[in-house]
Design a protein around this ligand. Structure first.
Ligand code: NAD
Length: 480
């Protein structure tokens, strides 16, 4: 199973040839000449022009057509999840194959679509006012390497459901699978509905091309999913941005928790795709009274415990220091991000079975693994005197991202206390992190959780403008 590189490469080469020959000014102006490109571009101006033309076409179509368009994206994401998930794994080389496949299928099945669209009405003595949710137009979107095609797929479904089109600037290390997905989605949509380029993509993405999209006058809205740098860059723009930024989710376990269940949940969430999820369990604060029993429960559930010496060795190997002076800070080492537990263990000279999902060990709060968003399957456990200390340490470790927090407890006062203290977009009680996205819990799923800008778990409505339509003194059929 290979990325259809020949096709992607030939489209990109065609584009480069045309650019070298002086470009295609007529097409660049109105975007009409881009039919058959299936969304693949190297030039941001061309991509935006094509997406604008597609937007105008989409604006003349029915909601039912939007449903059909999304149906193609869903079908391909589900039916071709093994092939595309394998491509993503081969290209990015981080995470776990079964989860790459599953994530694509999940987004295909569950990304919020047209069914999330709604209108509100005010009805009174002076008639009716209807509030509808219209598209912004063309969205400029940036996606992470941790889930390249899954994020793109979920964004595309929700953005098109509300009538927008989109130009993606994917992470350079996940660009080929993103291009292949975009090509397949557009081709299927074009063959059925005759509209191409609803989803456009910069095939050779750079920071400059991201910036060109952010600043482009024909980009009406920005949506970024990623770490601190891209979140900051998007929020500095002069137009509205939906920012799904970084997290560092802490877990508190108190003396009333079901410890076996807590251990299973921490492993399920913390080990998923080798801890690449932004919502994944990153550090645990457990109260003294149950600390040792929780560690035993973790071992019973299949995680491998590291000794204090091994935790130190892993810290030296897997956490690096970058920057100078005030800017100096710790980051996860590239060689360990998203790698299997067995690879981490090998790095410190320990051999473990390849099927082990998660490593864990006791550290104190000062371990760099506590504040750093490690994105690797090792979770530090910190012993706390009581639940108040655990909650306070959890709050500090989350570093103000206000993204996700988790508690295992059967004491509603402790849950309430933690919920208030953390002030996070997602707060999960007695489940693994993904239950907060409706995967084993209630609610719906999206891989873009907009914390800094406040939209929360994104839906089609996130990408809309409110439009009010008022009828004065008529059409209210009630009363006088
Ligand atoms: P990253 O920040 O390295 O890259 C994300 C994207 O932003 C990439 O496409 C990258 O090329 C681009 N980028 C980076 N700096 C930029 C800049 N200055 N200007 C324009 N574009 C820039 O992150 P990653 O390693 O790909 O993904 C992991 C990060 O994303 C983690 O911090 C994780 O928490 C976060 N994330 C958040 C969510 C969410 O829903 N909130 C979802 C997934 C991932």
């Amino acid at each position: 199973m290979q990325v259809n590189e020949t096709v992607v490469r030939s489209v990109v080469q065609e584009v480069l040839k045309r650019l070298a020959a002086g470009g295609t000014p007529a097409a660049a102006v109105d975007g009409k000449g881009y039919q058959g490109r299936f969304g693949l571009f190297t030039c941001p101006d061309e991509a935006v022009a094509a997406a604008r033309h597609a937007f105008e076409q989409l604006s003349r179509r029915t909601l039912e057509d939007r449903r059909r368009i999304i149906g193609h994206i869903r079908r391909i994401a589900i039916e071709q999840c093994v092939e595309l998930g394998t491509m993503e794994m081969q290209e990015t080389k981080i995470g776990r194959l079964e989860h790459k496949i599953e994530k694509l299928k999940i987004l295909g099945e569950r990304a919020p679509g047209v069914e999330f669209m709604r209108s509100e009405v005010f009805s009174g003595d002076h008639g009716l006012a209807v509030i509808e949710h219209g598209p912004f137009g063309v969205i400029g979107a940036v996606t992470p390497v941790t889930h390249s095609l899954p994020t793109l797929t979920g964004n595309a479904v929700s953005m098109i459901a509300s009538g927008n089109t989109v130009v993606f600037n994917p992470h350079p290390s996940g660009k080929r699978v993103a291009a292949e997905g975009v090509r397949r989605y557009n081709e299927a949509i074009y063959r059925d509905l005759g509209i191409d380029n609803l989803i456009c993509l910069i095939a050779e993405p750079t920071l400059e091309s991201a910036n060109a999209l952010f600043k482009h006058r024909d980009i009406n809205l920005i949506c970024v999913t990623g770490g601190p740098a891209v979140a900051r860059a998007a929020m500095q723009q002069m137009k509205r941005a939906v920012v799904a930024g970084p997290g560092n989710p802490p877990v508190v376990v108190d003396e009333t928790a079901d410890l076996d269940r807590a251990a299973r949940c921490i492993i399920q969430g913390g080990a998923y795709d080798n801890n690449l999820l932004c919502i994944a369990e990153k550090q645990v604060f457990a109260v003294e009274q149950i600390f040792d029993r929780l560690m035993e429960a973790m071992q019973r559930a299949g995680a491998v415990r590291l000794t204090a010496g091994e935790c130190d060795a892993l810290t030296k190997a897997a956490i690096a220091s970058v920057g100078e002076g005030d800017q100096k800070h710790d980051v996860p080492h590239k060689d360990y991000i998203g790698r299997d537990a067995a690879v981490l263990a090998r790095g410190i000279g320990r051999k473990i079975a390849p099927e082990v999902e998660l490593l864990f060990g006791e550290t104190d709060e000062s371990s760099p693994f506590v504040p750093v968003e490690q994105m690797m399957p090792f979770v530090p456990f910190v012993r706390c005197r009581n639940v108040d200390e655990a909650i306070e340490k959890a709050r500090r470790s989350e570093r103000g991202f206000r993204h996700t927090a988790i508690i295992h407890s059967n004491n509603v006062h402790n849950m309430t206390k933690m919920g208030k203290a953390m002030d996070t977009t997602l707060f999960i009680k007695n489940g693994p992190c993904m239950a907060g996205l409706g995967l084993g819990g209630e609610g719906y799923c999206s891989f873009s959780i907009a914390g800094p800008t406040g939209e929360g778990v994104t839906t089609p409505l996130t990408f809309t403008r409110e439009r009010r339509c008022s009828m004065i003194d008529d059409l209210r059929i009630l009363g006088k």
